[in-house]
Design a protein around this ligand. Structure first.
Ligand code: NAD
Length: 354
């Protein structure tokens, strides 16, 4: 007999082509009259476009978002919001900008409308990583969840290929770890397997035709499903390891996910054979970790930690940090195991078949 408690996110999702045009209507639904648009310095133009669409509802633009949500930037944005008497933020950009939106909206108790332009998935989670004094900490709570998310397929069409591949694999990692999460359920399994299929198909289609909006749509849809999994169930070794490599060793977020994923899949494979065969089937392959590694390699994504700023001397310290606190993972996480995994990921060694 079944018995459970399920609390779904209270969040409105708008997905499609040119959905950015609905931003003013969507803010109206949230009873917002004075919004501040957030972006990175590189996305000023995009922020300006949103402000134009908002007309009088936009009371300013803050272009200071940077990776890892440093507290100093959050304080500058808070000051800006207070001066403009903003009652909402509209974040437009990748996970770095969404993170700033979460940091600001949660502190002021105001609304947050997120317009993601990468596949990171932060817009669908009640989680925020922030950096203070060089240390990255994570907190979670319903107040961090953006109220509305607008996915505009066209916005992802401008992503450089060097960002697309790692970012898409970053999303795939959410789906993979959801499938062997201790809280995995039919709901997340269905979303995760469709996410794996859509990301794989979308990436191949976009590789064949970089201008295909159908391909962008498939890929963004997969990322949306994967992000929903990330927000719904706890993640395992892969996310912990990438958090350590990004937070302590300042490796770039999405490329780190892309390099590490096949190795963590191979590490966990012996105890989750059923999950791996479902992923392999979704990828039309006979071995999931190798299929993911081939996908990344064939599409020109990063395959070795040494190529993205990691040094061999840091392997021991990173492994120690990754095993320092318990977290859910199907296979026991040992110091020897993680050290070996990191050595392979450092060199980009091909993952062997089981
Ligand atoms: P990012 O936001 O730094 O963006 C990556 C790169 O893509 C940047 O160079 C950016 O300028 C570029 N870019 C973004 N959109 C573009 C577009 N439409 N066209 C051209 N270039 C574009 O990185 P990210 O990978 O999106 O997000 C990583 C950050 O998000 C990390 O800080 C990570 O910790 C956080 N994150 C948090 C969660 C969560 O649940 N809290 C989940 C995923 C990621």
């Amino acid at each position: 007999m079944r018995s459970f408690t399920h609390e779904g996110p209270v969040q409105r999702i708008v997905f499609g082509i040119d959905t950015i045009a609905t931003v003013s209507t969507e803010l109206h639904r949230l009873n917002v009259t004075k919004a501040v648009v957030l972006s990175t310095p590189g996305h000023r133009q995009l922020a300006g476009r949103v402000a134009d669409l908002l007309g009088e509802r936009a009371v300013g633009q803050f272009h200071g978002a940077v990776p890892h949500t440093p507290i100093e930037v959050t304080e500058q944005a808070l000051e800006f919001l207070r001066n403009r008497r903003g009652d909402a933020v509209v974040s437009i950009g990748g996970g770095s900008t969404t993170g700033l939106g979460k940091a600001v909206a949660s502190r002021l108790g105001i609304q947050h409308l997120a317009i993601p332009t990468t596949y990171a998935g932060s817009e669908l989670t009640p989680v925020l990583g922030e950096t203070a004094g060089g240390e990255k900490t994570t907190r979670s709570g319903p107040e961090l969840m953006p109220n509305t998310v607008i996915y505009d397929i066209q916005l992802t069409a401008t992503l450089p290929w060097s960002v697309t591949v790692p970012s898409a694999i970053n999303a795939m990692a959410h789906a993979v770890e959801a499938l062997y999460s201790p809280d995995a359920n039919d709901h997340t399994d269905v979303m995760a397997l469709q996410a794996v299929r859509s990301i794989d198909q979308g990436l191949h289609a976009l590789h064949d035709d970089r201008h295909s909006l159908d391909a962008c749509s498939e890929l963004l849809y997969g990322a949306y499903l994967a992000g929903s999994c990330l927000g719904a169930v706890p993640m395992g070794l892969h996310h912990k390891l990438c958090h350590v490599l990004g937070g302590t060793f300042t490796l770039p977020h999405a490329p780190t996910h892309a390099v590490v994923l096949p190795y963590v899949m191979a590490y966990n494979e012996p105890v989750v054979l059923g999950v791996m065969s479902r992923i392999a089937e979704a990828l039309d392959s006979d071995h999931a970790p190798r299929a993911v590694q081939f996908l990344i390699r064939d599409l020109g994504g990063p395959t070795a930690l040494r190529d993205i700023g990691f040094t061999r001397a840091d392997i021991g310290r990173a492994a120690e940090l990754a095993v320092s606190r318990p977290y859910p993972n199907p296979r026991d996480v040992t110091l020897d195991g993680v050290t070996h995994l990191l050595q392979q990921a450092f060199d980009g060694t091909p993952v062997p078949p089981m």
